[in-house]
Write a protein that binds this ligand. Structure first.
Ligand SMILES: [Zn+2]
Length: 112
């Protein structure tokens, strides 16, 4: 997901969130994803983007800073920026992983 060749411009925030909704661990190389998983991931990306647009309305506030603190989308984040907090779905502690120099947060229980 963090491979910008795959989906250019998709920031950390969106890749973490999309992976969560898809139930896929963010460190999975794109090549190991099975067809149904790719479908899930695609649906998840659309869901996250739609959600983020919805919470920001139609203002010009379409940019999220490095900490994801801009816009009304932040309180609705499932994993991004929530390291050590409880998963909103299962209650497990969220953990972090370094992938390609970036930090990614995910739920070890919900994401395979
Ligand atoms: Zn979970």
């Amino acid at each position: 997901m963090l491979d910008q060749k795959l989906i250019s411009g998709l920031g950390n925030i969106y890749s973490d969130e999309s992976c969560f909704y898809a139930g896929i661990k963010p460190q999975r190389p794109a090549g190991t994803l099975k067809k149904p998983e790719i479908k899930k991931l695609f649906t998840a990306i659309l869901k996250v983007l739609t959600k983020s647009l919805k919470y920001r309305g139609t203002s010009s506030e379409t940019y999220v800073d490095a900490y994801g603190r801009e816009g009304g989308f932040v309180p609705h984040l499932m994993v991004y920026g929530r390291l050590g907090e409880d998963c909103r779905k299962c209650g497990s502690k969220l953990i972090k992983l370094k992938i390609g120099g970036r930090t990614s947060i995910h739920c070890p229980h919900c994401q395979k």
